[in-house]
Design a binder for this molecule. Structure first.
Ligand code: GTB
Length: 216
């Protein structure tokens, strides 16, 4: 049985691979598991059929037989646990890779999301110009710490893992801010992730959805 995930019918990121189906697509590509994608409109996210799959009315969701999952981190972890290639065999190294997944979506992604909200939702507030540098400094703190940890290594803990996959997708959301370029080893880390053939296949697949929607 081929698992099915949901993705935006027309992603607001205009095919830049920033929506969270990208990390799930990438995980599937890394482990060589074919998958189907069911495209959903913003209206469909609020319908009972979708809310039965995702209580918060979001993408991505995952369905395989009688298993339905939501939350990109849980879906990537499930894929990584079912297939070889995204988690080390050694028990301790495996748990460290999972810790990096959590670090990506809690410790690092949180201030990055705060910035996105500031830019998109708060740009016309009188205090926006004062708040943005504060938000940026919170991101810089995390980037600085991550940069020190990574040092000259290619990946966060030995071989490429689901932890790197999640971290790279999180850091990619900073592309428009310029903040990543202040940390050359992190910029190179993201570029290394983006250069992986599995990333390219996942990226091209989500871009094809956006291109077809724009042409139609
Ligand atoms: N914690 C959840 C997870 O990791 O799966 C968060 C899922 C989530 O935020 N999904 C978003 C969604 O469905 C899409 S990815 N939003 C619709 C809604 O809440 O009504 C977030 C996203 C959206 C747009 C851009 N962009 O334009 O660059 C980037 C990321």
């Amino acid at each position: 049985m081929i698992p099915t995930i949901t993705a935006f019918e027309r992603s607001p990121d205009r095919g830049r691979g920033l929506a969270r189906d990208m990390r799930v697509r990438w995980a599937f590509e890394e482990v060589g598991q074919p998958y189907d994608v069911r495209l959903v409109s913003f209206d469909a996210l609020r319908e009972p059929a979708h809310l039965a799959l995702h209580p918060f009315g979001q993408i991505p969701t995952y369905q395989d037989g009688d298993l339905a999952l939501f939350e990109s981190g849980a879906i990537v972890l499930h894929i990584a646990e079912r297939h070889a290639g995204l988690l080390p065999d050694d028990a301790n190294a495996r748990l460290r890779a999972i810790a990096w997944m959590f670090a990506a979506i809690s410790t690092v992604e949180l201030p990055i999301l705060d910035r996105q909200n500031a830019v998109v939702l708060e740009h016309s507030e009188s205090w926006h110009a004062q708040r943005l540098p504060i938000v940026d400094d919170r991101i810089r703190q995390r980037l600085r710490e991550l940069s020190v940890h990574l040092g000259e290594a290619d990946w966060l803990d030995g071989a490429f893992s689901a932890g790197d996959l999640m971290m790279v997708t999180v850091l990619r959301r900073l592309a428009a801010s310029g903040l990543l370029n202040e940390y050359p080893n992190l910029a190179a880390y993201v570029a290394r992730g983006e250069a992986r053939p599995a990333f390219r296949r996942a990226f091209d697949a989500q871009l094809a959805v956006f291109t077809a929607a724009s042409a139609g």
